[in-house]
Design a protein around this ligand. Structure first.
Ligand SMILES: Cc1cc2nc3c(=O)[nH]c(=O)nc-3n(C[C@H](O)[C@H](O)[C@H](O)COP(=O)(O)O)c2cc1C
Length: 388
């Protein structure tokens, strides 16, 4: 089973992840991961941290001379501003530390429920781990998953559909080309004509001490029919993708295919007719893809299409009211350094989160301990569905 755990505080010494279940024999370099980490740091509307951090991964185990061993892959990113936080975040009691607890929980953050749940008097003990800095670890893990998927011609793309209510026009192009357009600008929109309007919306929000959210779309091409399963609730691919994406900080909605629009559309315009095309990759095809590539909790051979809604950044420079945990007095919430808009970054994180879940389901179906063994299993399955 492919699984991972992450650890690390936002201002701790490092972020670490352990990915277990990757087969042996996969070519993997730090650059494969660093490219994704760099993409996560881009985007119009990010704050100062992105200038401080230039994330680089270090392999601590599981890879030798550029090839995976089949053992757990340990991945580490050093937090470059750790030096400034060394005393405050020291794991051992530090005589130089002058306690300065954060007692003002910020609305829209884990601060209040986390402090109450864990009995912390210093909200920093919550916010350090709740921070979206943790998503750098998830990008590391997802980047490894992507390398595996690429071996089997499965690719994950994304683009931003709207920010702060400014919508990009839909562009009708294959996913790889949509992705290329998205990569060409700092708001990751395929409709490049909307970029200026989005910049203006972000600038206006910033000037006003406010923040913006938005919607992005993740597309996965080349997924064979049969990943996930209809037989048990926790094996359904749509449910697993939704859980994985919802677990990203600030994600409040996940739609697959037509999503919420199915509720307002007659069945004849929702369900996708089935056809056979001997020239296609998997033989059986659908003549439309409103299901977004998933039926009955399984991939159906079409492109997987997922839309994800991200809320506006919680920390506002025009702060919302909060209550001091100790004095119970009203306060304007304290400000940690903050982004105005992180939707483009979230779309990159979303790609990598989706890559992990697809790779996990892929290995469940074609599992083996080496890439060669998985390839045999995969080719055997493709041959079988083509010959039936
Ligand atoms: C890429 C990314 C960057 C984020 N940057 C910030 C930020 O700078 N300031 C902030 O207040 N929230 C930021 N957030 C959102 C918070 O981490 C998140 O809203 C908070 O942890 C509460 O979790 P919840 O929104 O899932 O309930 C960011 C989220 C993502 C995905």
């Amino acid at each position: 089973m492919l699984r991972y755990l992450t650890a690390g505080e936002s201002h701790g010494p490092a972020l670490v992840s352990i990915l277990e279940g990757m087969p042996a024999g996969l070519a993997l370099s730090a650059d494969d991961i660093n490219v994704q980490l760099a993409r996560r740091q881009l985007g119009y509307g990010r704050g100062r941290r992105m200038e401080i951090e230039s994330d680089r991964v270090m392999f601590r185990s599981g890879v030798r001379h550029g090839v995976t061993l089949g053992s757990p892959i340990a991945l580490e990113i050093t937090n470059l501003d750790w030096r400034q936080w060394e005393v405050r975040m020291d794991p051992t009691p530090n005589p130089d530390y002058k306690p300065n607890p954060v007692t003002k929980p910020r609305p829209g953050h884990a601060d209040l429920p986390g402090a109450l749940k864990y009995g912390h008097r210093d909200v920093r003990n919550v916010l350090e781990r709740a921070s979206a800095r943790e998503t750098a670890s998830r990008v590391c893990v997802g980047a490894v998953a992507r390398r595996l998927l690429a071996e089997f011609d499965i690719h994950v793309y994304s683009h931003v559909l709207s920010i702060g209510g400014v919508h990009a026009r839909r562009v009708n192009l294959p996913p790889a080309q949509l992705h290329e357009l998205a990569e060409s600008n700092d708001v990751r929109c395929t409709d490049t004509g909307v970029v200026d309007a989005i910049h203006q919306a972000i600038d206006a929000a910033k000037a006003n001490g406010d923040t913006l959210g938005g919607v992005f779309e993740v597309l996965v091409t080349g997924v064979p029919p049969g990943l996930g399963s209809h037989v048990q609730w926790d094996r359904k691919l749509d449910g697993r993708l939704a859980q994985a994406l919802m677990s990203m900080q600030a994600i409040k909605g996940v739609e697959i295919g037509m999503g919420f629009a199915v509720a307002e559309t007659p069945g004849s315009q929702v369900h996708d007719p089935i056809a056979y095309d001997a020239a296609s990759a998997f033989g059986f095809i659908h003549t439309s893809n409103n299901a977004g590539g998933i039926e009955g909790g399984m991939s159906n051979g079409e492109t997987i299409v997922i839309r994800v809604a991200k809320k506006p950044i919680s920390t506002l420079y025009k702060p919302l009211a909060s209550v001091d945990l100790e004095t119970k007095q009203s306060f304007a919430a304290s400000i940690e350094r903050s982004d105005t808009c992180a939707v483009p970054a979230a779309s990159v994180i979303g790609e990598n989160i989706v890559a992990f879940t697809i790779a996990q389901a892929f290995l469940e179906k074609y599992g083996g301990d080496s890439i060669a063994e998985i390839r045999r299993n995969y080719i055997g399955y493709l041959t079988e569905i083509r010959e039936r």
